[in-house]
Design a binder for this molecule. Structure first.
Ligand code: ZN
Length: 225
């Protein structure tokens, strides 16, 4: 599916949608798109739901600014080094950073573990390379006082979990990437659904990481053994 929209238009539209979903409220969170050798991202600390196309920075693939908004006092997103992790280490086409409440809550649910895990939840199938009977693992890194200082921990977690398409940040939120903005968006939707399910299951006394039957991961038809 080809789209006549520019990356700037897509970022503005998605930020409004993500604001409505609670992912980018209070100026937090955001999205970056990489396309045709250029990287597009919003300024730091601005109301994401009120962005215009003229507010979007354009960078080269080394992170140098090619085009900055005319509005004085703006600076490029604090998330820039983290977005670039996904571009450089995973060849991603887009990265979404969310401060969604359930993304934060699952990092508390994990206790002192450094991964979120779930299995046998239908929406896992929306995550690239993941089936219903698989164990979906999302690494969790510890938060820092400044967002940009998370970059090293995120890169280390991505190295340690080569299949991961997201990294959670304890008491903070999540970074999700995809080959293009549409995949990053749909995967972010699935992750947020899974995080909310895991929280609700915990409230009901269920463990989202446990198979539905003792010994689990064995099915009569179609499943993995
Ligand atoms: Zn953040």
């Amino acid at each position: 599916m080809t789209s006549p929209e520019t990356p700037q238009q897509v970022i503005v539209e998605l930020c409004r949608q993500f604001y409505g979903m609670g992912w980018v409220t209070g100026t937090g969170g955001g999205i970056s798109i990489r396309k045709d050798g250029r990287v597009y991202m919003a300024p730091s600390g601005v109301q994401k739901e009120r962005l215009t196309e003229q507010d979007i920075y354009v960078l080269d693939e080394q992170g140098e600014t090619l085009c900055a908004p005319a509005t004085p006092g703006l600076k490029v997103s604090e998330c820039s080094p983290l977005f670039f992790n996904a571009f450089k280490l995973r060849d991603a086409g887009a990265v979404i950073h969310s401060h969604g409440v359930h993304a934060l809550l699952v990092t508390l649910l994990a206790g002192d573990r450094d991964v979120f895990e779930c299995t046998e939840i239908e929406m896992m199938k929306g995550i690239a390379g993941t089936g219903y009977y698989d164990r979906l693992v999302v690494p969790i890194i510890e938060n820092t006082a400044h967002e940009r200082d998370l970059a090293g921990r995120m890169a280390a977690a991505m190295d340690a979990h080569p299949k991961a398409t997201a990294v959670l940040v304890r008491r903070h939120g999540v970074y999700v990437w995809g080959k293009d903005w549409a995949q990053a968006k749909t995967q972010a939707e699935c992750y947020h659904y899974l995080f909310e399910v895991a929280v609700r299951m915990a409230q009901l006394g269920f463990d989202a990481s446990a198979p539905s039957r003792p010994g689990g991961h064995v099915t009569a038809v179609g499943g993995r053994t």
